[in-house]
Every structure is written in structure tokens, then in C-alpha cells.
Write a protein that binds this ligand. Structure first.
Ligand code: CAA
Length: 258
């Protein structure tokens, strides 16, 4: 499918979704977010995709929700449309692993989009921020909730109240990103991580996502019970038999997603 605001390539079991509004530093407007929801839905259904990467340009992953599109809206517009609710839920509905490859600005909705992915690989030029306070609003796609879970209350408050940006080193130190790589290697390193994921059993990857995400939604006791039940359930799969047999036979496993 052809998109106006995205470039999508599928190669070696990886769907690479590139945000493509260069004139607006990939600001997230309704068109881009609804196209992203479609692209994620397509990738989730496509058997030739085993991992998804969302990236932007070298200068900007995304500089936030589109301020031009929002500036004249009223409360009635925003509430009536439930602005960005449907689109931003799409990423949470995606079952396959999603990596955000972030270079340059990831601000406001851009930071929130990256945080909604399963993990973030950042280039050493990445800058994260929730500067909505400068516009007289708060984050609207989960920033106050997710950033707080990633970096803790003190840093989250600092970021949201001052609107300051966090560089890649601080983001890695604070647990916001999983790794930092030189800008020129961002895509190749992210593709290597995606290829590692793509060679696992898809059933197990889906189960990992459900278990880790559950840790945000429930108590420790319930989360551990959920994990144990999923662990037990995976013994019903051929991939568990194959994975353990391959280990004992000192060979690489051949997973078949069964
Ligand atoms: N929305 C719309 N357009 C944007 C944009 C945004 N969030 N961010 C940048 N642009 C546009 C600029 O208007 C400019 O367009 P023109 O050339 O037509 O004027 C173009 O992108 C390039 O931007 P700059 O000239 O500003 O580039 P710069 O290098 O000088 O600065 C920047 C880069 C620091 C990222 C600056 O653009 C900036 O501060 N952007 C806004 C960041 C922001 O406030 N994001 C939060 C948005 S609100 C939000 O996201 C709410 C939510 O949670 C849902």
C-alpha cells in the first residue's frame, strides 16, 4: 500500500516504517498517525514480517504532535474526536515486536510514540523531551504516564515541568533507551537487533510482549502468576520441544511458530 506520510519497506522479515514529513520534522498529524495505524495493522497480519522498526530522519524521529493542526482546535473538537485515541491505541494493539530507532528530536508526541514501542535504540544525536508545557498543554499520548514509568517521578517531573531535553547518554543512564549507537550505525544496528528477534519463535515473542507489558498493568503477584501460566502454556508448543531439543543436541533451533 502507498502512503503519503510514511515509507514502508519489508525485507528479511523486518518491516521498516519510516515517518516521512521532512518539512515538519515528522510532526505527527492525523494523516500520519492514521497511516501508521494502518501500516502497523498490515505488518501485524503479514507472515513475512517478524519484527517492526519505526524510525524517522537523521534530524528528527518526530518533533511532536502537529502544532499547526492542533492550534485552532477547541475542547469540543478534541473531546468530540477523542483526538489521537484511536491512532495511538493501534500501536498498543500491535502484537509483533516493535523497535523505535531514534535519531535527532523525539519530542512531545514523538517521545511518546517511541516510548509506546517495545524498546528504543537511540543514536548519539537523539534528544528526548516533553516540551508541551511551553505550549500551554500537557502530553497527550501517554507521556506523563510512560516517561514516569521509564525514568521515575523526579526526572519525569523535571522533563515535563521545565520542558528541557534529555540527550542520548542521559536517556540511556535513566533507562529510557536500551542502547545508544553512533548515528551512522543506527539503522544497521537496529536491523541487527530486529534480525535477532526475527529468528526466534514468533509465538514466544508474542508471549514475551504480553508478559512484560503485563508488568505495567498489574500487581507483582498477579504479574508473576500471569508469567508462570504463560510459561506453562508454552510447553504445549512444538517450538518449546524444538528449542530445548536443539540445546541438548548442540545445534541451532529451527522454530516453526507452532
Ligand atoms: N508541529 C508542527 N510543525 C513543526 C513541529 C511540530 N511539533 N516541530 C517542527 N515543526 C516545523 C516548524 O514549524 C518548521 O516549519 P516551517 O519551516 O514551515 O516553519 C519546520 O518543522 C522546522 O522546524 P524549526 O525551523 O523549528 O527547526 P529547528 O531546528 O529550529 O528546531 C525543534 C527544531 C527544536 C524541534 C523545534 O522545531 C521545536 O521546538 N518544535 C516543536 C516541539 C514541540 O513543542 N513538540 C511538542 C508538540 S505538542 C505534542 O506533542 C502534544 C502531545 O503530546 C500529543
Amino acid at each position: 500500500m502507498a502512503y503519503e506520510t510514511l515509507i514502508v519497506e519489508i525485507e528479511d522479515y523486518i518491516a521498516l516504517i519510516r515517518l516521512n514529513r521532512p518539512d515538519a520534522l515528522n510532526a505527527l498529524n492525523s494523516k500520519l498517525l492514521s497511516e501508521l495505524a494502518v501500516a502497523l495493522g498490515e505488518a501485524d497480519k503479514d507472515d513475512s514480517v517478524r519484527c517492526i522498526i519505526i524510525t524517522g530522519s537523521e534530524k528528527a524521529f518526530a518533533a511532536g504532535a502537529d502544532i499547526k493542526e492542533m492550534s485552532e482546535k477547541t475542547f469540543v473538537d478534541m473531546f468530540g474526536e477523542d483526538f489521537f485515541a484511536r491512532e495511538s491505541d493501534a500501536i498498543m494493539r500491535t502484537r509483533k515486536p516493535i523497535i523505535a530507532a531514534v535519531s535527532g528530536y523525539a519530542l512531545g508526541g514523538g517521545c511518546e510514540l517511541a516510548m509506546a514501542c517495545d524498546f528504543i535504540i537511540a543514536s548519539d544525536t537523539a534528544k528526548f523531551g516533553q516540551p508541551e508545557i511551553n505550549l500551554g498543554v500537557v502530553a497527550g499520548i501517554g507521556g506523563t504516564q510512560r516517561l514516569t514509568r521509564f525514568v521515575g517521578k523526579s526526572k519525569s517531573m523535571d522533563m515535563h515541568l521545565t520542558g528541557r531535553f534529555m540527550d542520548a547518554a542521559e536517556a540511556e543512564r535513566s533507562g529510557l533507551v536500551s542502547r545508544v549507537v553512533p548515528a551512522k550505525d543506527l539503522l544497521s544496528e537496529t536491523k541487527k537487533a530486529a534480525a535477532k528477534i526475527a529468528e526466534k519463535s514468533m509465538l514466544t515473542s508474542l508471549a514475551v510482549k504480553e508478559c512484560v507489558n503485563r508488568s505495567y498493568e498489574t500487581t507483582l503477584r498477579e504479574g508473576i502468576l500471569f508469567e508462570r501460566r504463560v510459561f506453562h502454556a508454552l510447553f504445549a508448543t512444538e517450538d518449546q520441544k524444538e528449542g530445548m531439543a536443539a540445546f541438548l543436541e548442540k545445534r541451532q533451533p529451527q522454530f516453526r511458530d507452532r
